[in-house]
Design a binder for this molecule. Structure first.
Ligand code: SF4
Length: 179
């Protein structure tokens, strides 16, 4: 039996909606596990990445831990994919980029409606926020971009099966229009 491809996934500054979309391939996941083996991913809950054929990143880069995880994925993955609008262009989290970071923190933790015991968290365990949220290609080289918020399960399925079979990746129009 041919060796399985190793696949890792991670969510940086995202909402896990893209990972939900992976799971939305439903029973096709049984076909997938015939040809891939999952390494570090929220699906296996493995926390440390090994050498992989494919790394799939959800979410943009918003804090120091995101930078570290992303660089580690780039080091270990032969092919790296930006999955979803947040990874591709920053998405919803990048909406804070038009404001100063201090203003965002004060709005969230001091002046926000319904905030009790106001105070900006200050604990060394909390990853430091970056001034701006970045799409992942601003930090590492990215091989493929999979747009959508989230990309549909069918789009992810087309991408994975064509990538794994070595055929050029081509999506039917219905999988890449968003109106
Ligand atoms: S692209 Fe959409 S679904 Fe995916 S992490 Fe961002 S907000 Fe969530």
């Amino acid at each position: 039996m041919a060796e399985k491809l190793r696949v890792a996934t991670a969510s940086l500054a995202g909402c896990f909606g893209c990972h939900m979309s992976i799971l939305d391939i439903d029973e096709r996941i049984l076909q997938l596990v015939d040809v891939v083996e999952f390494d570090r991913t929220p699906i296996t809950d493995i926390k440390v990445i090994g050498d992989c054929d494919l790394g799939i990143i959800e979410g943009g880069v918003a804090n120091a831990e995101n930078v570290e995880v992303l660089r580690e994925f780039r080091r270990h993955c032969r092919i790296l994919v930006a999955m979803g609008a947040c990874a591709v262009n920053g998405g919803i989290p990048a909406m804070r980029n038009q404001f100063a970071l201090q203003d965002c923190l004060e709005e969230a933790y001091v002046h926000g409606v319904g905030v009790h015991n106001p105070g900006i968290p200050n604990d060394s365990e909390i990853p430091l926020l970056l001034n701006k949220v970045h799409p992942i290609h601003e930090v590492v080289k990215v091989d493929y971009f999979l747009p959508g918020c989230p990309p549909s399960a069918d789009t992810i399925w087309t991408f994975l099966t064509e990538l794994l079979s070595g055929t050029p990746i081509a999506f039917p129009y219905s999988q890449i229009h968003y109106d």
